[in-house]
Design a protein around this ligand. Structure first.
Ligand code: UD1
Length: 315
């Protein structure tokens, strides 16, 4: 019987991946285990699938606690992290400990537990400010923040765990993922969750800088589908791929689109640019398409609409 483990499975992306895995297991059955300390994840993210998922409320830094959960898994999806560029600047130590030390514990448990493959959630932040767009996997990493360094170290470890310890790993650099269940309650929340919150409350969002910075916003179900493909694609052990859509939109464009969708006019406030911010981000998806079968389904309009519907129903 197939066993999947998702670290960070009670979080925004992880809980979507859990649903994708349950569909994949289908009638054949199998086990889905979630490791989450509920620091930024929530039990309610797994509400309607809770009877089909084993939730282990443990911290990834606790090697002894995660080892028995990970042992014998077919695939481990390592998504648990303290996200956010500004948070890693305000509080570098906790994000270092979770994102680097915790990641090491997960990889180590995977080797000792004879896991077949580990899919690691890397980050597009590793590219930093490249001179050209789109960003392609062969470009040198140029991290601009502790978070970007930490996520990049995880990639390096993933590749070395494949070459030195015989664990198949695949790193996916997530590009600004958005969608239902992204938590808008913190100042460190992703911009699209904050835009949704302000749109529904009819309040002004704050845009850091001139709003002309751009991102390759990627719908969460497309990322979850790619994680599953990365678990099974042949001949990719030790490699890193972009997990993006291959487009880019400025914050000003997205805020305009959302106002139009909601039929309102709310002027955004503008503040100083944020430290560690990357100016433009857009993925080259050629390698992920060719080697993993990446085929994102959601245009920005379709993804924003589904996301907005969810926030309307839940906020
Ligand atoms: C970065 C990574 C992304 C990763 C994420 C994890 C890049 C290009 N992307 O996202 O892959 O998943 O970290 O946290 O490095 N902003 C505002 N107002 C706000 C909040 C944010 O204007 O209230 C702006 C930021 O300054 C930034 C943009 O919105 O320019 C996106 O910010 P955010 O959603 O935090 O994600 P990134 O830092 O781009």
């Amino acid at each position: 019987m197939k066993k999947y483990v998702v670290t960070g499975g009670a979080g925004f992306i992880g809980s979507t991946l859990v649903r994708t895995l349950l569909v994949d297991l289908g009638d054949a059955g199998g086990e889905v285990h979630v490791i989450d300390n509920l620091m930024s994840g929530h039990k309610k993210n797994l509400e309607e699938v809770s009877d089909r998922v084993a939730l282990h409320i443990v911290d990834i830094r606790d090697g002894a606690a995660i080892a028995p959960v990970i042992a014998g898994a077919d695939t481990v999806f390592h998504l648990a992290a303290i996200p956010s560029v500004p948070r890693s600047i305000d509080e570098p130590r906790p994000s270092h400990e979770v994102n680097i030390d915790g990641t090491f514990e997960v990889f180590d448990a995977a080797v000792k537990g004879k896991v077949r493959r580990l899919v690691y959630a890397a980050s597009s932040s590793a590219y930093g400010d490249s001179e050209t767009l789109p960003k392609i996997e062969t470009m040198a990493a140029k991290p601009k923040s502790p978070y970007a360094v930490q996520k990049y170290v995880g990639e390096l470890y993933a590749s070395v765990f494949t070459s030195c310890f015989d664990l198949e790993t695949v790193s996916l650099r997530f590009f600004n993922v958005y969608g239902p269940r992204q938590d808008p309650s913190s100042a460190y929340s992703g911009i699209l969750s904050l835009f949704m919150k302000h749109l529904i409350a009819r309040t002004e969002p704050t845009i850091f800088g001139d709003g002309e910075q751009s991102r390759d916003f990627t719908y969460v179900e497309d990322v979850a589908a790619l994680c599953l493909k990365a678990a099974h694609a042949p001949g990719v052990a030790g490699k890193m791929f972009n997990a993006g859509n291959g487009g880019r939109y400025t914050l000003n464009e997205i805020w305009r689109m959302l106002q139009k969708m909601e039929g309102v006019e709310i002027r955004a406030k503008y503040g100083p640019p944020r430290a560690g911010d990357v100016r433009h981000s857009m993925a080259d998806t050629t390698a992920a398409t060719a080697e993993l079968g990446h085929a994102p389904k959601f245009t920005i309009e379709a993804g924003l609409k589904k996301t907005l519907d969810w926030y309307r129903a839940s906020l």
